[in-house]
Write a protein that binds this ligand. Structure first.
Ligand code: G16
Length: 538
């Protein structure tokens, strides 16, 4: 009889000719070809936990913003961070082993990483609401069982909730305890923090939240039960929360739809000035929007959240008397609007770092700062505080009632921010706190600076891997000559900027363009897309 690992690998063979890659956010592709990957991820998760002396690691089954027929899987490190890059490479290799070689590779990895295969392995799993999730969970569990891992299945969770559980389980009973590792624990923690951060201020009007017909909708409905009653806090309307029809996930709704199309979901019924926000399929992104008095759609994306939050935290740090001991920095990607970068540097006078797309890159850059505000323009992000900064803020003695007031709000905001990972639910609560304190509506928020008109396009090519970039994905190095063609087009428009990069989650090349006017931005995007199309069809 074959050993259990070879047996499960053979039970879930990989389809011929598919090459898997741990991309921007794990393995992500059509759900129908993912069974073998899930089983092998089970093996890798067990190894990773053993390599970390039995700490809990997380596995999330989701394809986030992708269409309903896709699915994916990503691994989470013990403090709730994204998987270490070295292990991404090992995961990719494991996913591409022929079934007969899987056990051999598993043992090789154990030897190379000095892993005792008899030591405990602990893995937390959860999934979003995709129809394929149950089947893929079964494949994952087969892998975990064959590797002898202990597992905890939380059923349906948002991706950030899973990250939260992992961090809580690993810090339970220590001085860094992050919270109670249950759904109720999550709602209680963020519910209390929201109330404390508001400190009696009431957000004006209501907020309509589009759940992308994904797991975020029902989880938000649950969270609302733990928030202050609407008379004292925020009235929230949840829309697009149909998880009974998984084929409607992310379709004509959700953060990616709103950001890419620069329009509200067609079902949106809100009036001028009403605040709205959209989550994505697993609730780790959020973008805001509203209709202005002329009924024109206005987007407040991840850049706007970053600038709003960075300026608010900056004020609190100054008002608390901490300006000399705590510095704030902002981390963006190439997708950040030029006007946002300018505003942070010129107006807020804060340092900006630019990293490649992918939360792991932004998170690492933010970790180097006292307070790192990181957001991708698509709405993915959070704020992280260094260990020393948390200590400084916790032990600071205010010298006046004004300092005490600011310090109390700052401390409550730290609890409201999910520091494990970007979390759409905690992010929008933070935005609401800032708006309530500033007594701002969406129009005041929008008025802080004017976005350069921009356009995002997707180009399907034969093989997106031939598009290789440098300089935080702002320039193409391959195919040769393509960047020069893009540069030529950029020079023809005022305030032009454009880049092309292969997506790590979809089978396409993304093109971004911005310019002084909408017409110029659209024209530039179209021209660059054409250059990419031609280069990609060779
Ligand atoms: C994932 C990543 C994000 C990234 C997005 C798009 O988001 O976590 O960091 O911005 O994919 O990536 P790409 O342009 O490489 O396809 P999500 O929300 O889909 O998990």
């Amino acid at each position: 009889m074959a050993d259990p690992i070879t047996e499960v690998a053979q039970q879930h063979p990989a389809p011929d000719g598919v090459i898997y890659q741990y991309g921007t956010a794990g393995f992500r592709t059509k759900a129908e070809v993912l069974d073998s990957v899930l089983t092998r991820v089970g093996l890798i998760a067990a190894l990773r936990s053993r390599a970390l002396k039995g700490k809990w690691v997380g596995v999330m089954i989701t394809a986030s913003h992708n269409p309903p027929e896709d699915n994916g899987v990503k691994l989470v490190e013990p403090m709730g961070n994204m998987l270490q890059e070295e292990w991404e490479v090992l995961s990719t290799k494991m996913a591409n082993q022929p079934a007969g070689e899987v056990f051999k590779y598993y043992k090789e990895l154990a030897t190379a990483n000095r892993i005792d295969l008899n030591s405990p392995a602990r893995v937390v799993v959860a999934r979003d609401t995709r129809a394929s999730g149950a089947r893929l969970l079964g494949c994952l569990q087969d892998g975990l069982k064959a590797a002898g891992a202990e597992s905890k299945d939380y059923g349906f969770l948002t991706t950030p909730q899973l990250h939260y559980m992992v961090r809580c389980l690993n810090t339970e009973g220590t001085k860094d305890s992050y919270g109670t590792p249950t759904e109720q624990g999550y709602y209680e923690k963020f519910g209390v923090a929201f109330k404390n951060a508001l400190r009696g201020k009431k957000p004006s009007g209501s907020l309509t939240v589009d759940g992308a017909n994904g797991v975020g909708g029902p989880k938000l409905t649950e969270l609302i039960k733990y928030l202050p009653p609407k008379e004292e806090g925020l009235e929230i309307f949840v829309v697009n929360d149909n998880v009974i029809k998984p084929e409607s996930l992310n379709v004509d709704c959700g953060a990616d739809y709103v950001k890419t199309n620069q329009r509200a979901p067609p079902t949106s019924k809100t009036g001028p000035g009403d605040r709205c926000c959209s989550l994505d399929g697993d609730a780790d992104r959020v973008v805001y929007y509203f209709k202005d008095t002329n009924n024109v759609f206005r987007l407040l994306d991840g850049d706007r959240i970053a600038t709003l939050v960075a300026s608010f935290l900056g004020d609190l740090v100054r008002q608390s008397g901490l300006a000399d001991s705590v510095t704030i920095g902002v981390v963006q990607t190439a997708y950040a609007n030029g006007a946002a970068t300018n505003y942070v540097q010129q107006h807020l006078k804060l340092k900006v770092d630019c990293t490649p797309t992918g939360v792991k890159y932004l998170h690492h850059a933010a970790e180097k700062l006292d307070v790192g505000v990181y957001f991708e323009a698509n709405g993915h992000g959070t704020v992280i505080f260094s260990h020393d900064t948390l200590e400084t803020i916790a032990t600071h003695e205010p010298k006046s009632p004004g300092q005490k007031e600011a310090l109390d709000v700052l401390r409550a905001c730290i609890n409201l921010i999910n520091q494990a990972v970007g979390d759409a639910l905690s992010d929008f609560l933070l935005v609401e706190v800032v708006l309530a304190h500033k007594n701002w509506g969406p129009q005041e928020w929008l008025s802080t600076y004017t976005d350069l008109p921009n356009r995002l396009l997707k180009v399907v090519v034969n093989d997106r891997k031939i598009f290789q970039t440098t300089d935080a994905e702002r320039r193409l190095v391959k195919p040769e000559g393509v960047q020069q063609q893009i540069d030529k087009e950029v020079q023809k428009v005022r305030q032009g900027r454009s880049f092309a990069r292969a997506s790590g989650t979809e089978d396409a090349v993304r093109v971004y363009a911005e310019a002084a006017t909408k017409a110029e931005a659209e024209d530039l995007a179209r021209k660059v897309a054409e250059i990419v199309k031609v280069a990609g069809s060779k």
